[in-house]
Write a protein that binds this ligand. Structure first.
Ligand SMILES: [Mn+2]
Length: 298
């Protein structure tokens, strides 16, 4: 039987990693990154890792969507890292070092943000291990986060995908985007390796072009879930809520396609709540639960 809300230290069903040395088979390492420094609207992402773990205690083990149990998935919860608020560069170094440590024991990063900038740090670390020119970044998001800068600031949650694009990945696929500045929109249109799937053009009956795009991906995938990609009726507590987002049903269908591929990293970001048991936290936990059920059972 799952535990009460008073045991929030780890994501439910995860193992604790205790100096076991390098794992024989690759597994997933959950790391919380409570970095909340460049939020432009609602602050509050610093408490999200705790709330996501807490929300996991409201979820039961058998995943009815995928007809699989999370209990047979293999993953570890390593706790939170220390971040340096108001200092992206120092925080980024800590994140990069942490991911290198995870790799050294055969763990892939599953990052609980925190704000969206952490994706850049993760990809910088992973680019030392794989050829980033062969990597596809899939980003569920309401915004394209492709601003060149924000008030002369280069590293913010609104510029993160522009910085990721500068790392030169094979492709960036953004699902759920429904907002951009004029400059961002022109930039996206000018780039051949950025593909946007607007939620208004997708429905559960008409997923074929997105499915085909995912099926055709070759090489590794990094998956970033900005919680504002979802409709605010599902996850209202985010840094920048925006109507007309994607549904959980739609997400779960697409996620199962993505997880058939080779995922080398995952993050969930921009949840902004400190309320135990609120629906936003539980929905974010469900996303992590879904992902681990799929990739941990391979
Ligand atoms: Mn974002």
């Amino acid at each position: 039987m799952f535990s009460s809300i008073y045991n929030p230290g780890i994501f439910l069903y995860s193992k604790t990693f205790k100096n076991m040395g390098r794992l024989d088979n690759p597994s997933w390492g959950i790391v919380g990154i409570p970095f909340d420094s460049t939020s432009s609207y609602n602050p509050g992402t610093r408490t999200a890792p705790t709330m996501i773990r807490e929300g996991s205690f409201s979820l039961e083990s058998y995943n009815m969507t995928y007809k699989k149990s999370i209990t047979s998935a293999d993953f570890y919860d390593l706790g939170n890292i220390n971040v340096v608020h108001a200092n992206f560069n120092e925080t980024s170094k800590i994140i990069e070092n942490t991911i290198e440590e995870l790799s050294s024991v055969n763990l892939k990063p599953l990052l609980l943000g925190g704000e969206h900038t952490i994706t850049l740090s993760a990809l910088k670390a992973l680019s030392k291990e794989c050829n980033i020119e062969e990597l596809t970044v899939i980003d569920f998001d309401a915004h394209c986060d492709m601003a060149k800068d924000v008030l002369f600031e280069k590293f913010t949650h609104a510029t993160v995908m522009r910085r990721v694009h500068e790392l030169n990945p094979k492709e960036i696929i953004q699902i759920g985007v429904r907002s951009a500045s004029d400059e961002e929109y022109e930039f996206i249109k000018s780039q051949e390796n950025i593909t946007i799937f607007e939620p208004s053009k997708l429905s559960n009956d008409n997923l074929s072009s997105l499915r085909k795009t995912i099926e055709s991906i070759e090489g590794p995938i990094y998956l970033s879930i900005d919680c504002d990609g979802f409709d605010p009726s599902i996850i209202p507590k985010v840094g920048n809520p925006l109507p007309n987002g994607i549904s959980m049903d739609f997400f779960e269908k697409i996620l199962s396609e993505i997880c058939k591929k080779e995922c080398i990293g995952f993050d969930i970001v921009e949840l902004a709540t400190n309320l135990i048991g609120d629906s936003s936290s539980v929905a974010a936990s469900k996303i992590v639960h879904d992902f681990l059920t799929l990739v941990g059972n391979k």
